[in-house]
Ligand binder design. Structure first.
Ligand SMILES: NC(=O)c1ccc[n+]([C@@H]2O[C@H](COP(=O)([O-])OP(=O)(O)OC[C@H]3O[C@@H](n4cnc5c(N)ncnc54)[C@H](O)[C@@H]3O)[C@@H](O)[C@H]2O)c1
Length: 349
């Protein structure tokens, strides 16, 4: 079947990414193993597990599903341990594979399990949210939260296969759809002013936009697989975003927190580092079009200090020089705190 295709070459081999509406019911054609464990969440299982099981069974692949619950709180070592026990019970071998079917939470957990069970078994992602399709299923970052800190325990482990069926996005709640659009807007704001304009003016082709985000991420992953330099750009909105997500006790979704984080970083650059005037207002308008928040009164600083990105006394912030152009700011923690408090108060006015 004809699909959009991206090949990502990494140290462990090649990841193949296919994008096409309706791909889920043809998933088995892309799977080479004879036995698979499917890691999914309770909501997605009700909607899409049946389609995937039918496809696998029709090709003689023996499939064993496990559902992990729902939400950020299940991204934990406890869930990982439960899955290890299930894999053991199902007698999963290194020649079998793990399939994630779900959003970023299922994908991050499945990746961690695949990387560590028997020192690594094959991994396929079937992402079902915009965040997972446009971002998290690509690039091999996986892990779990620990002691209230996002993604504290993790590893890089590249999927062999990513199957993106944009048709499944139609069942997302409005809130999850909009949260995902925050990550899409991040890619557009950082790299692609035409995409940004398309989102501003609508109608836009969501499948084309997701494919473009995947291609942009694939380029960065090939250049900097282990997130040591260039890939840091994708942290735009996340240094503050992770702090906001934690400060809100996960009341805000990942995408909502990233939306606020992008606005703070952008305003900071505009106010103190000569970024182009009007950039933040344009970013805010687009985020608001997708009902995303652009400010918060939460006290995020204690959470940023403990974020693993706080190296020594300096923090690197990715921001926008203008729409489509990136800049990086390095600030001592104390200065960042002072600037940030000022910017956040202004944004709340
Ligand atoms: N690994 C990475 O590079 C990376 C990048 C960005 C985000 N993330 C992680 O991703 C997570 C956020 O991802 P998310 O927003 O996908 O969260 P999620 O997996 O919790 O999904 C959000 C909600 O959507 C539901 N859902 C999923 N697909 C659906 C569908 N097709 N129809 C109806 N409902 C559906 C889920 O059940 C859940 O309630 C965070 O943990 C974040 O840290 C990881």
């Amino acid at each position: 079947m004809k699909c959009r295709h991206i090949q990502i070459t990494c140290s462990s081999g090649v990841s193949n990414v296919y994008v096409r509406e309706g791909l889920l019911s043809h998933a088995a054609k892309f799977i080479q193993q004879k036995k698979a464990v499917i890691i999914t969440d309770d909501n997605v299982a009700k909607l899409y597990l049946g389609d995937l099981l039918r496809s696998l069974e029709a090709r003689g692949i023996s499939a064993h599903p496990i559902s992990i619950g729902v939400g950020e709180s299940v991204k934990s070592l406890k869930t990982v341990e439960r899955i290890y026990a299930f894999l053991h019970e199902c007698k999963i071998k290194r020649s079998d594979c793990i399939i994630s079917l779900g959003g970023g939470v299922a994908g991050d957990i499945a990746g961690f399990v695949a990387a560590t069970y028997m020192r690594g078994i094959a991994l396929a992602h079937i992402p079902t949210t915009i965040i997972a399709q446009a971002d998290s299923s690509i690039g091999g970052k996986c892990g779990v939260n620990y002691n209230g800190i996002k993604n504290l325990i993790g590893i890089f482990y590249q999927p062999n296969l990513v199957l993106i069926d944009t048709g499944v996005l139609k069942t997302l709640s409005k809130r999850d759809f909009n949260s995902g659009m925050a990550e899409v807007i991040k890619y557009a704001a950082l790299f692609d002013k035409e995409m940004f304009f398309a989102l501003e003016t609508a109608p836009y082709d969501l499948e084309e936009i997701i494919y473009k985000c995947c291609k942009l991420k694939a380029i960065l992953v090939e250049i900097d697989e282990f997130d040591k330099r260039e890939r840091h750009i994708l942290n735009f909105g996340h240094t503050f975003g992770h702090g906001i997500e934690a400060a809100s006790n996960n009341e805000l979704t990942h995408g909502e927190a990233v939306a606020i984080g992008m606005v703070i970083a952008s305003r900071l650059a505009e106010k103190y580092f000569f970024a182009s005037k009007g950039t933040t207002d344009r970013l805010k308008r687009l985020l608001m079009k997708f009902s995303l928040p652009t400010s918060t009164k939460l006290d995020i600083m204690p959470h940023i200090e403990f974020d693993k990105k706080a190296e020594g006394e300096h923090i690197n912030i990715i921001a926008l020089k203008e729409i489509g152009r990136v800049m990086s700011i390095s600030l001592p923690l104390d200065e960042l705190k002072a600037f940030c408090c000022e910017v956040m108060n202004e944004l709340c006015e």
